[in-house]
Ligand binder design. Sequence first.
Ligand SMILES: NC(=O)c1ccc[n+]([C@@H]2O[C@H](COP(=O)([O-])OP(=O)(O)OC[C@H]3O[C@@H](n4cnc5c(N)ncnc54)[C@H](OP(=O)(O)O)[C@@H]3O)[C@@H](O)[C@H]2O)c1
Length: 273
Amino acid sequence: MDKMRVGIIGFGNMGQAIAGRIKTNYALSIFEKDKSKIAGLRDIFICSCLSQLSESCEVIILAIKPQDFEPALKDLNSFASGKLFISIAAGITTAYIEKYLPKARLIRVMPNLAATIGEAETCLAKGKYALDNDMHLARRIFDLVGKTWIMPEDLINAATAISGSGPAYIFYDLESRGIDGSHLPEGLIEEYIQRLTEAARSVGFDEQTALELATSTTYSSIHLASCDDPAELRKKVTSKAGTTAAALKILSAGGSWVLAAGAAIKRAEELSR
Ligand SMILES: NC(=O)c1ccc[n+]([C@@H]2O[C@H](COP(=O)([O-])OP(=O)(O)OC[C@H]3O[C@@H](n4cnc5c(N)ncnc54)[C@H](OP(=O)(O)O)[C@@H]3O)[C@@H](O)[C@H]2O)c1
């Protein structure tokens, strides 16, 4: 049987990470503006324009930065009918996307950089017009990328602050304390879990979800940091003027992870407008 074709718009840090994990199970089409990122790719169909991608794919993953959404959605409007859209952008609500793609079937997800090693924490929420089967399909796709949690959309900004931006709190802490990610002092993992759980509770997660998300995010981030430089990892998870950048500003001024998570949510809400 032919594999279902999934399109990914934007082949940066996250688009590449997701593609790397799902390409065995799905036929992939990519559209990326920066041609240097797609040079020499194999096993993946490179589209020359958005219409070529949307005509050939049943599912379209929007992996571009929040500030690039408006022009992309305007371009997609005439090809949107009958597609399932999955957005991974921080702060972009399904209501915002529906302004440009009326009645589109949308799933909003928040994954993280641990997608590169198949250990992402991904939180998923259904848009108004998405069907239960759409959520099952989105979950199947992101189960290939790591662990998944389904939640109402009003918790996705909170997820952005914890599992989306949370890895940066850990990378920044390792970096600023000069700790090598492959030789952690005793007790540090427990310390990170406790600090991230406290931050997760403060942004509205119940006790169990807060502990699960914080524990999983800590272990996957530490796993990433055991084979890569924390400073480089921090850069990869920090988009300019994004939610993580807002949180890091608080941390660099000596603020707690609770305050950093609050700043990430506030930035996500600003991006939603
Ligand atoms: N990085 C993370 O850890 C993380 C975690 C969770 C969620 N996210 C979300 O994931 C999204 C992508 O983040 P990222 O870090 O992967 O960004 P990124 O590395 O900048 O990748 C986005 C890519 O999309 C390209 N692009 C922009 N507009 C396009 C269009 N209309 N069509 C095709 N390609 C286009 C960009 O090209 P140019 O650079 O030339 O504009 C860039 O190469 C963001 O919305 C972010 O909020 C990121």
